[in-house]
Design a protein around this ligand. Sequence first.
Ligand code: NDP
Length: 375
Amino acid sequence: MHAAERSTCSTFARPARARHSVMAHGPAAGTDGRGGVSHVPDGGRYGGTMTYRRCGGSGLLLPAVSLGLWHNFGSVDPFDMARAMVLRAFDLGVTHFDLANNYGPVPGSAEQTFGRILREELADHRDELVISTKAGYLMWPGPYGDGGSRKYLLASLDQSLRRMGLPYVDVFYHHRPDAQTPLEESMLALDQAVRQGKALYVGLSNYDGEQTRAALAILHELRTPVVLHQPKYSMLVRAPETDVFDVLAAEGVGCIVFSPLAQGLLTSRYLHDVPRDSRAAKPHGALSPDAITPERRAQLMALDAIASARGQSLAQLAIAWVLRNPVVTSALVGASHVGQLEDTVAALAAPPLAPDELQAIDAALAHAGTAGTHP
Ligand code: NDP
């Protein structure tokens, strides 16, 4: 167990009842349980640009744009900015927040950050939120802190719940397939999480089409509520189009795509240089500056011109592009400050991409083979 993890073990207190109605649109402050005043949400948050899309054939709706806490919510990041982004997201109608056991750095600290924000600011609004976490990558030393065993998955979920101070998450994912563990064992562990009341739904991430089909067969047989797959998908990473998307469409399972902005490449961030505060410049960032080759930059400039002609930022074009596909339930974005999130969500205000715009994008992407490594 991480030292940082031990410091948060309080239980998320479900309020007796919301102290003010979200329908009333009148601001009224809740309390954060410490005598402080918690966030007063924007009463218009469900009447703005946000739209909600159904997860496959399930009853669950997700916002078209969801917020992920992989980067910028760790113990190395300023808490005030993390809190500002989560609260602004909520006010913009973002009801879904995605975590994993290992998000930080340090691993586990993004869950602690999110748990604190929930407790101090959004305690009255738990039932308006879809919170997900995952296990599948290395989390603690020894033979039981990685992979897909029942031992690892169920222990990790318990740790995640403690860090966030929650009795349950809405979605618990297996973060990646594990060839060393029988698939049935991993799927039975996900099922067990639901039967224990620690997850409402389950999901798969980074499973290819064949692995997804096999996993879904088991989950369907168990009648486990599997609602989501989480693959990497963007204009620069299109593999799901010829693999997992077909399986999800056929099986009626939802799809939330991660890194739709290609970690920031598909934004204005790197059009001219590598900003010092960007992910590519950070020692713990997962985006290598080597990904920004002259060819890649030329391609991004071509895409940016298409975005400008639509009156959009490149980030907004990238979001419109992933959401054009009806298999995609939600675009799972990251952000390093509030303005980025506002810009991204504003993508939903624009008309859908026209056929000639899609052709122009495909033409710009046709050079992908010479545009450097994929993020
Ligand atoms: P994105 O592709 O959305 O990249 C986010 C980055 O893009 C930000 O940190 C910021 O970069 C930049 N950015 C965002 N919005 C704008 C904007 N409007 N204008 C300019 N720049 C912008 O997603 P992530 O790679 O962060 O992944 C999103 C989420 O997906 C994660 O938090 C996680 O929840 C999930 N994920 C899941 C994985 C899995 O294996 N299942 C793997 C990876 C991610 P900068 O920080 O440089 O400012």
